[in-house]
Every structure is written in structure tokens, then in C-alpha cells.
Design a protein around this ligand. Structure first.
Ligand SMILES: Nc1ncnc2c1ncn2[C@@H]1O[C@H](COP(=O)(O)OP(=O)(O)OP(=O)(O)O)[C@@H](O)[C@H]1O
Ligand SMILES: [Mg+2]
Length: 699
């Protein structure tokens, strides 16, 4: 500890002694502006290394600090943690939509953000980007991830170029090739195998957890024939907590539901259950489901839940009220939770080649959520095997396996063209030479080394962007106004061009809401589409004839799928309930919500592009459709939906009771209104309309 300057020591006074990896980081130049890759086991204390570094930058007034994470949940956890620990620092959290403006970030000392958000802050040309002196990248091994990696890679390369004095601190899980990362970033490697709390890895079959001589096997009483439930129930019986990992959202929900049927209500959880239920003005079926399950101290957690609900679940797992969370890998990375056990039910996931084994690296990450030093003295990570044969296979693959190497995924085409445009748009890359130089410094170039091929690919993409009229390709390369907006809208240039071509078509040809919906269902962003089943084929094919489609690619394999997906959105816009949509299209509410969010974003992009091209009428049509998409309502409810607290259900109720305008709501008797939508909402509406009814207590 004495090696840390006194001023920093005073701020981390709860820490009595440094861990081996933390001392090694100091030796490697943590306080001397050295770039470091910290490659140490889960829960070994990588965050503290980051904290020491940022306190150093803060105290020496070196500049702004960025702490970037792959997941919103992780960013939120770190933000809360830093804010509570270091009141001296202005800590901000930035995880919102790409187009949100957050001018107050200019005054923050440290911004905790998601990788995607950092990228959008750069694209927005936030004025403080040049002031960043320390970039901390949590879970940097996710460079390997097809969907998250490329953003991170471009952001790192860019910030490194923008600010040559930038200190980079990469926090990584144990990976096969840490040297690659280290050399790429011109960094020092801090490697260590010590974990402060012992994590026992086991495999569960036939009611027994085998720890392979590391620890005595545990024979469980068989309270359920379903091994997943049995393991989860035994954890609860021991008054411990567990994270239970499965491979789909649907499984997360169904396992949590099954588990909840085996447990008793806990009155203490009523309030939480209500909060979760009312996270949306009109609770969805999914809200009801999760709020019911939570009463039994169980939850599910996946990307389809509302942010607020996810946070409530995480907080209440931390406080010990929720005992089991059934989750997709959204909780696999970096979170510091009181899970005594990590239970891994699914070791395979559906990928491009069918069901595939998860990498060792990912299983290690899930396992590592258990046995965290602030909560336990040891932990258990248990994989469920279906048979003795599978047990052996899993043992060889995961318990003795070594983590894989990580590789750049930047070469994926849509990704590359998106970033190329983005870097030109912020006027960072203004000549071909600069573009080549930039890409030569990416992890991709470092690993593949074939510069010539790389330059050829980039050159053909520049031609494409020029053809789209998103850039002017001369000696100097410049973005057009359109290109700049496309980049800020965060859509693939190919999608943007497709939308533009079709808006132009729409000026000469009749179109309606369905045409617009179908247009966005024909983009890459809305993939995967709903699949047309054999028995639906004829119906949909004949229905197609009656639509005024702008884009009709009958030869494409998934043309009919795009029509089916459009029909699902139409159901939503026609105010069909989530239940009916689930029955008709087999889409659970969480997934529907997820698709609606993307549709919303694409409609917003369509609206913006129409506006920019001065197709005012189309822009107006799209805007109306977008509001309807957001709320799932028919056009006639538009005036009512403007009010806070009024969602699709309440708006419909009002409308059917002949209350159809804000003026009517203003003059209607409060008691009558209360009967329809409840006193609290009625009071809030009166207030919003400027006719407050006084204190609620009076009624
Ligand atoms: N020197 C220390 N003394 C006591 N506790 C520590 C020390 N360093 C870290 N910790 C505690 O150890 C816990 C785990 O640390 P942290 O979350 O940073 O792990 P990590 O290495 O980032 O793991 P993961 O790879 O899972 O993200 C935290 O609760 C932290 O407060
Ligand atoms: Mg961590």
C-alpha cells in the first residue's frame, strides 16, 4: 500500500492490502502513464487497479476519464459503485440511445459508458473528446465478439490516434493470446492466476455434484426430477443465492416460472413486485409474469426486460431478497453479485452453424460470477450434464480446457462500411492515406498483417459510399450532409441508401403505412425475421398482392418472411394484445418489445432522412407511424397518448368511453375520470392539463 501516493491511499481507505495482480500493475507503470493489459482471473480485483489509475489522473488533473463496458448492467453497477465511493469526483453514467444529447458530460471527471455509447458520443463530436487522458476498457476480450467487438476496436484506435498521450488500461478475462492485445496497444502485460476466493468447478448429473477431487462431492435430495430445478431449489434451501444461465430468453422465463411454482410467496417482496409491475404505464404480460415470479424470490433477466426492471432485479439480488436469477449471458460479464453458485444449464447456443458449444472463455465468465470475495468465502460453478457421457465431454472441454485466443471481427462488411463513414463524417479521416493509416493501426491489421488486401477492401467501400452520395471522394475526402446524418443515425450505409431510394420512389407512387412498415422489415437491422411456415405460405403469398409495397423482391428467400414480420407489427398497431400476438406469431412480449424498439429506431431514421431530403409529407407520415409504433395504437388515439401515464390500454378505454380529446379530458368530472383510469392517473392528467385538483388527500 505504501507504494501508492498518500492522496490516493486516503481515498481508498477501505483497502488494507493490495492483491498480487494489483501490486504487479503498479510495478508495470500504472501510475506512470503506461498502457496496461490486466489479464487476471474473475474477482481478482481488476476494478481497483482502474480506480487507482483514475484517482491518479483526477488528482493530477490530467484530463477526462472514460470507463467503458460492454453491457449496460455492468456500466450501471460501476457507476453506482464509483459514485458512492468517490463523492469528490463528478461521475456520470451514459448508456442512452445514440441520438441523445448529454451536454453535462462536459463537466464530468469520469464517464462510465457502454462501448456503443462511447462510439456515438464520438460521432456526435462531443467537444471534450480531445480531453480524455485515461481510457479504461472493462472486459476488453470482447473485441472478439462479432456484435460488440468492432465498435470497441474502432473507438480504441481512434482515441489512441486523437490523443497520443492517452493512457489505456484494458481489463481482460484470462484469454489465450494476451500478448496480441498487449503488443497491439503498445502496453505492458499484467498476468496473474490468483483468485482471492476459491471457486470449485463441478458437474451435476444424477442428483450429484462431482467436484473431481477438488472438494467432496455433494449428493442432493431429489426434490424435483428436473435437474435444473433440483439444483436451484437446493441452493435456496441452503439459504444461498445462484445465477442460472440458459441460452434463450424464452428458457430464462420458463425456468424461472417453473421454479416459482415450487416456492412460497414472500410478503416482503410485494412492494418490489408492484414496482416491477408498474415500470410501464400499462403493464405488459411480461411485466405481470416477472412481477408474479418475483414474489417467490426468483427472477428472470434478459435483454427484453425494461431497463428499470433489470436494475430492480439486480439491486434486489444484491440485497439478498431475490435468491435465483435465471438469465441469458447478459449477466455473465464483470458483475459483482452475491451468487454462491453459478449454474450453467446450456453450454450450447444457436449460431450460424446450428447449435454450437460456447467458448471456454464464456463459460469461465459465467462461472466467475460465483464466489465473490465481498460476499462469500468460496463459490461453486456447476455445469449440468444430461448423461455420464456428456459429463465426460464437458469435463474435458470446460474443466480442463484452456481459454481461446481472441480475434478481431472488424472485417465484417456492414461493420467496416459503417465505421468508415463514421470516421469520415467526423472529419477525422480526410484523405485516403489517413484512412489507410488508421486501419493499419487496428487490431485487425495487427493480427492479419495483409495490408494490401485490407487497403483493397477499404478502397472498394469508399467507392460504394461515394455512389451512395454519402461522401465526396476527391483528393480530400469529405462527408456530404446526408452522409453525416446517416452516420449519426447509426444505421448501416447500405440500409440508409435502401431507405433513401425507396423514399424517392414513394414520391411518385402510392404508399400507405404498411408500405413503410414493410420497408423497414426489409433491412438487415430487423433480421432475424419471422419465418413463414409451410401451411402459411399460400395465404401470405396471396395477401401480398393486396399491399402497395414499395420494395418487392419476390426472388429473395426471405421476402415472404419480411411480409409476415410486417403483419406482426400491423397487429401491434391495431392494438392487438401481446397475448394474441404471441398466439398468432409465436413472439413472446420481451422479443416483441425488442423488435419494436428497432422498428422505432428505423422509422426515426426514415423520418430524419425524409426530412433532410425535404420530402415533408413523407416525413410527417413516418413520424405519425413512429408514435403509433412506439405505443402500439391506432391513429385515433394519438391525441390521448401524449399524456404521461396514458398507454395503449388506458387511451383505448377513454376513447371507447367517448373521451377523445384533451379538451374533453380537461373539463370532464374528476370522479368520472377516476372510475375509468384510477384516481392517481386521473389526478396526474388533470395536473398535466393545467387544472390540478389540489392535494390528492382531499379526495
Ligand atoms: N485489495 C483488495 N482488498 C480487498 N478487497 C478487494 C481488493 N481488491 C478488490 N477487492 C474486492 O474484490 C471484489 C472483486 O473485484 P472486481 O469486481 O474488481 O473483480 P474483477 O477482477 O473485475 O473480476 P471480473 O473478471 O469478474 O470482472 C470487489 O468486491 C472488490 O471490492
Ligand atoms: Mg471486472
Amino acid at each position: 500500500m505504501h507504494r501508492i501516493p498518500k492522496e490516493i491511499r486516503e481515498l481508498i481507505k477501505d483497502i488494507k492490502e493490495l492483491r498480487p495482480s494489483q501490486s504487479k500493475a503498479l510495478d508495470a507503470g500504472l501510475l506512470n502513464n503506461k498502457n496496461l493489459i490486466i489479464c487476471t482471473p474473475t474477482s481478482s480485483g481488476k476494478t481497483l487497479v482502474a480506480e487507482i489509475a483514475f484517482l491518479n489522473h483526477f488528482l493530477k488533473k490530467k484530463g477526462k476519464i472514460i470507463y467503458t463496458c460492454p453491457l449496460k448492467a455492468l456500466a450501471t453497477e460501476k457507476y453506482k459503485d464509483f459514485k458512492a465511493k468517490y463523492p469528490q469526483l463528478i461521475v456520470s453514467l451514459s448508456i442512452g440511445d445514440p441520438d441523445t444529447k448529454e451536454p453535462y458530460l462536459a463537466n464530468s471527471n469520469i464517464i462510465v459508458c457502454s462501448n456503443e455509447r462511447l462510439d456515438s458520443l464520438i460521432r456526435q463530436e462531443s467537444p471534450w473528446i480531445n480531453e480524455i487522458s485515461l481510457l479504461i476498457i472493462d472486459e476488453i476480450h470482447l473485441l472478439n465478439d462479432v456484435s460488440r467487438g468492432p465498435t470497441l476496436e474502432v473507438v480504441i484506435t481512434l482515441l489512441k490516434k486523437l490523443n497520443p498521450k492517452l493512457q489505456i488500461l484494458g481489463l481482460s478475462a484470462t484469454i489465450g493470446n494476451p500478448d496480441d492485445l498487449t503488443k497491439w496497444l503498445n502496453a505492458e502485460l499484467v498476468k496473474d492466476d490468483w483468485r482471492p476466493v476459491k471457486l470449485y468447478n463441478g458437474i451435476y448429473t444424477n442428483s450429484e455434484i462431482d467436484f473431481f477431487n477438488e472438494k467432496e462431492n455433494i449428493k442432493l435430495e431429489e426434490v424435483s426430477p428436473d435437474s435444473t430445478l433440483n439444483l436451484a431449489l437446493s441452493t435456496i434451501n441452503e439459504n444461498k443465492q445462484a445465477l442460472l444461465f440458459v441460452n434463450t430468453r424464452r428458457s430464462a422465463e420458463s425456468v424461472a416460472e417453473k421454479l416459482s411454482h415450487r416456492l412460497k410467496h414472500n410478503d416482503e417482496l410485494k412492494e418490489l413486485s408492484n414496482k416491477i409491475l408498474n415500470s410501464l404505464s400499462t403493464p405488459t404480460e411480461q411485466c405481470k409474469k416477472i412481477s408474479d415470479i418475483v414474489k417467490k424470490a426468483v427472477a428472470f433477466h434478459h435483454a427484453g426486460l425494461m431497463q428499470k426492471q433489470k436494475e430492480l432485479i439486480e439491486e434486489n439480488f444484491k440485497s439478498g431478497k431475490i435468491k435465483i436469477i435465471c438469465c441469458t449471458p447478459t449477466l455473465a460479464f464483470g458483475l459483482d453479485l452475491p451468487a454462491f453458485r453459478s449454474i450453467i444449464r446450456d453450454v450450447k447456443r444457436f449460431g450460424t452453424l446450428g447449435m454450437q458449444y460456447l467458448p471456454v472463455l464464456e463459460i469461465m465468465q459465467m462461472s466467475g460470477r460465483a464466489g465473490r470475495p465481498s460476499y462469500d468465502t468460496y463459490g461453486e460453478a456447476i455445469i449440468i450434464a444430461k448423461s455420464e457421457e456428456e459429463k465426460e465431454e464437458l469435463f474435458n472441454k470446460y474443466l480442463t480446457g484452456i481459454p481461446e485466443n481472441i480475434y478481431s471481427k472488424l472485417a465484417v462488411e456492414p461493420v467496416l462500411r459503417t465505421y468508415l463513414l463514421s470516421l469520415i463524417s467526423i472529419n477525422f479521416l480526410t484523405t485516403k492515406e489517413k484512412i489507410f493509416n488508421f486501419f493499419d493501426e487496428t487490431f485487425w491489421a495487427y493480427q492479419f498483417e495483409d495490408r494490401e488486401k485490407l487497403h483493397y477492401i477499404i478502397e472498394s467501400m469508399l467507392e460504394l459510399l461515394k455512389d451512395f452520395e454519402f461522401i465526396v471522394l476527391d483528393k480530400e475526402i469529405k462527408p456530404t450532409k446526408l452522409g453525416k446524418r446517416v452516420s449519426q443515425l447509426y444505421i448501416d450505409p447500405l440500409t440508409a441508401n435502401f431507405l433513401i431510394e425507396n423514399i424517392q420512389k414513394a414520391q411518385k407512387q402510392e404508399y400507405d403505412d404498411f408500405s413503410l412498415i414493410h420497408l423497414i422489415c426489409s433491412t438487415l437491422e430487423l433480421r432475424p425475421l419471422l419465418k413463414v411456415k409451410a401451411n402459411e405460405y399460400e395465404d401470405i403469398e396471396s395477401e401480398v398482392l393486396q399491399y402497395k409495397l414499395l420494395h418487392k423482391d419476390e426472388f429473395s428467400d426471405d421476402f415472404l418472411d419480411s411480409v409476415k414480420t410486417s403483419l406482426m407489427f400491423t397487429s401491434w398497431l391495431n392494438e392487438e394484445t401481446e397475448d394474441i400476438i404471441l398466439k398468432k406469431y409465436k413472439v413472446p412480449p420481451g422479443e416483441l418489445k425488442y423488435k419494436i424498439d428497432i422498428a422505432n429506431w428505423l422509422l426515426y431514421s426514415l423520418q430524419e432522412l425524409s426530412r433532410l431530403l425535404e420530402y415533408t409529407e413523407t416525413a410527417r407520415d413516418v413520424k405519425t407511424l413512429r408514435v403509433r409504433m412506439k405505443h402500439g395504437i391506432k391513429q385515433e388515439l394519438l391525441p390521448l397518448i401524449k399524456l404521461k401515464g396514458i398507454g395503449r390500454v388506458r387511451a383505448r378505454k377513454l376513447f371507447n368511453n367517448k373521451i377523445r380529446t384533451l379538451q374533453h379530458l380537461k373539463i370532464i368530472n374528476y370522479e368520472v375520470l377516476s372510475k375509468l383510469i384510477g384516481r392517481k392517473t386521473a389526478a396526474s392528467i388533470k395536473e398535466q392539463l393545467g387544472v390540478p385538483i389540489g392535494s390528492l388527500k382531499d379526495y
